[in-house]
Design a protein around this ligand. Structure first.
Ligand code: DUC
Ligand code: ZN
Ligand code: ZN
Length: 486
C-alpha cells in the first residue's frame, strides 16, 4: 500500500518563514510529512524546478453579492471560486451583506446557501450597516459564537455607511464577543460634496471618479476610525489602503502601539487614475473605490508592504461586466461617474500580479510573497495554521508555481464570468500551474478538475492574534465600565 495519498516531489517548498527543497506527503487531505526522498504516494506529482507554496488566502473578495453602488456581481460562487483556484487561491473570505432594516442572521442564511457551490474552502465577513438593538444584542453575538469571527463596516456609500456613533456601537459588540472588524475608510460627506461640485460643472466622465475622492478623504477616515478603535482598544484592519497618506496614518498608530492592520490590493500597485481617462466609457473598467492613484503612490504602498505597515494583499474582487446592462452600464454607456458600479475583477490575477511586481521585479522574496498573500491573512482571520502554510497537520492547500513563465493577461484566458479584465495585455512573470485543495488537484495547467460544492465553510474559533492590548486612552474600560488600576 502506498505510504501517502499523494506525494509532491522535488519542488522548493516556500512558507512565510522558509524556503527548502523537500517532498510533501499528503494523507487524508492534510500534509502528513515533509522531507527528502519520501516513500511513494498513490499519486505522484513532479514539482522539479517549481516553487511549491501554500494556496492563496483571499481575505477580501465580493462574490455573488449585491454591489454597494448597484449592479449585479458577474460571478457566482462556482465561477468565482474556480477563477480563484486557477489563480492559485484556495480560500476566500467574502461578504454576507445586511440589508438596512433587516437582520444579519437572515442575510447570512441566504448568503451561506449560495456559497455551498464553491469549489474551494470559504468563510465570510458579516457586513453590518444597521446596528439595531436586535442585531447588536442578539444576532451578532450568536453569529460570532457560531464561528463567523469578522465584521465589515463602511464609512461611505449611501447604502452601507455608518456614522461614528453607529461604528462605536458595532465596535463595542465586536470587542465584547470576540470578532475582528475591517473598515472601508473614506470620508462620505467630503466625497458627496466633491461629487456634487464636479457634476454641477459638467465634469461627469469616468476620470472624475478619482477627482471626487482624493487621498485626503482616505487619510481623514483612516485617522478617524483608528481613533475610534483606540478608544475601545479594539484591533481593526483598514481595507484597501491606496496612498502614502493613509499608510502614514497606520504607521503612526502602529508606532504608538495601536493594534491596527492594513491591507492593499494589486490594483493599487498597478493601475493609476489615468486608466480611467480613456476614450468613451472605457475608463469605467477601472472604477473602483478608493480610486487608483499614481505611480508614486504605488511605490509608497510597496514601501508600506516591505516595512510591515501593510500586511496583506487581497483582491477586492468586485466584478461587474463591461458590456452588460446589469454591470458597468447599469445606467447606460454615458452614465455619470457617480452612477457606475464600483469594483473590478481580480481573484484570478491577484497572485500572479503580486508575484510578478513583487518577486520577479525584485521588491520582495518568495517568503514575503507567501506572507502577504496567504500566511498573514490566515493569521489575521483565525485560519492559521490550517490554512496559510505548508506544515505537518495543515490542510494540503497548495499552489505549484512556474516562477519563470511569461504570461500576457487576456480576459479570454481567465475563468471569471466578467467580460473584461483591467489588466488586459499586461505581461507578468510567474504563474501557478497546479492548485490542490485539501490534497485534491483542482486546477492542472489549463484544466479545471474541481466539482462545485466540494468547498467547505470554515468555522473560526476564538483566536489570540486579535487579542486587544489592554490599554485605554481614558482611565476606564468603556465596555466593562471598570476603572483601570493606576
Ligand atoms: N470598492 C469597495 O469598497 N467594494 C467593492 C468594490 C469597490 O470598488
Ligand atoms: Zn471597501
Ligand atoms: Zn471590497
Amino acid at each position: 500500500m502506498a505510504a501517502y495519498d499523494t506525494v509532491i516531489r522535488g519542488g522548493t517548498v516556500v512558507t512565510a518563514s522558509d524556503m527548502v527543497r523537500a517532498d510533501i506527503g499528503i494523507a487524508g487531505g492534510r500534509v502528513a510529512a515533509l522531507g527528502e526522498n519520501l516513500d511513494e504516494g498513490a499519486h505522484e506529482i513532479d514539482a522539479g524546478g517549481r516553487l511549491v507554496m501554500p494556496g492563496g488566502v483571499d481575505s477580501h473578495c465580493h462574490i455573488e453579492q449585491p454591489g454597494s453602488t448597484g449592479g449585479t456581481n458577474a460571478d457566482t460562487f462556482t465561477s468565482g471560486s474556480i477563477s480563484a483556484a486557477c489563480g492559485g487561491t484556495t480560500t476566500t473570505i467574502s461578504f454576507s451583506p445586511q440589508v438596512r432594516g433587516r437582520g444579519v442572521r437572515e442575510a447570512m442564511d441566504g448568503y451561506a446557501a449560495l456559497a455551498r457551490k464553491s469549489v474551494i474552502d470559504y468563510c465570510f465577513h458579516i457586513i453590518v450597516n444597521d446596528p439595531s438593538d436586535a442585531v447588536i444584542e442578539e444576532e451578532l453575538p450568536e453569529l460570532i459564537a457560531e464561528g463567523h469571527r469578522s465584521i465589515k463596516v463602511f464609512m461611505t456609500y449611501p447604502s452601507n455607511r455608518m456614522d461614528d456613533a453607529q461604528l462605536l456601537k458595532v465596535f463595542a459588540c465586536a470587542k465584547k464577543h470576540g470578532a475582528f472588524v475591517c473598515v472601508h475608510a473614506e470620508n462620505h460627506d467630503a466625497i458627496m460634496w466633491m461629487t456634487d461640485r464636479l457634476l454641477e460643472a459638467g465634469l461627469t466622465s469616468p476620470r472624475y471618479h478619482a477627482w471626487s475622492k482624493p487621498p485626503v478623504v482616505e487619510r481623514e477616515a483612516v485617522h478617524r476610525v483608528i481613533a475610534l478603535a483606540e478608544l475601545l482598544d479594539l484591533p481593526i484592519q483598514v481595507f484597501h489602503v491606496t496612498c502614502a497618506e493613509a499608510a502614514e496614518e497606520i504607521r503612526r498608530a502602529q508606532a504608538r502601539g495601536i493594534k491596527v492592520f492594513g491591507e492593499t490590493c494589486p490594483q493599487y500597485l498597478t493601475l493609476t487614475a489615468d486608466d480611467m481617462d480613456r476614450d468613451g466609457f472605457e475608463g469605467a473598467k477601472f472604477i473602483c473605490s478608493p480610486a487608483p492613484r499614481t505611480e508614486e503612490h504605488h511605490e509608497a504602498i510597496w514601501r508600506a508592504l516591505i516595512d510591515g505597515t501593510l500586511g496583506i494583499v487581497s483582491s477586492d474582487h468586485a466584478p461587474y461586466s463591461f458590456d452588460d446592462p446589469r454591470g458597468k452600464a447599469l445606467h447606460g454607456a454615458n452614465a455619470r461617474f457617480s452612477e457606475i458600479p464600483n469594483g473590478i475583477p481580480g481573484l484570478e490575477t491577484r497572485l500572479p500580479l503580486v508575484f510578478s511586481e513583487g518577486v520577479a521585479a525584485g521588491r520582495i522574496g518568495p517568503c514575503e510573497f507567501v506572507a502577504l498573500t496567504s500566511a498573514n491573512p490566515a493569521r489575521l482571520f483565525g485560519l492559521y495554521p490550517k490554512k496559510g502554510t505548508i506544515a505537518v497537520g495543515s490542510d494540503a492547500d497548495i499552489a505549484i508555481w512556474d516562477a519563470e513563465r511569461e504570461v500576457t493577461i487576456r480576459s479570454d484566458d481567465l475563468h471569471t464570468q466578467t467580460d473584461y479584465t483591467p489588466y488586459e495585455g499586461m505581461s507578468v512573470t510567474g504563474w501557478p500551474v497546479m492548485t490542490l485543495s485539501r490534497g485534491e488537484v483542482i486546477w492542472n495547467d489549463g484544466e479545471v478538475t474541481a466539482e462545485p460544492g466540494r468547498g467547505r465553510w470554515l468555522k473560526r474559533e476564538p483566536y489570540d492574534y486579535i487579542r486587544p492590548t489592554g490599554r485605554f486612552t481614558a482611565p476606564f474600560d468603556p465596555i466593562a465600565l471598570r476603572k483601570l488600576e493606576e
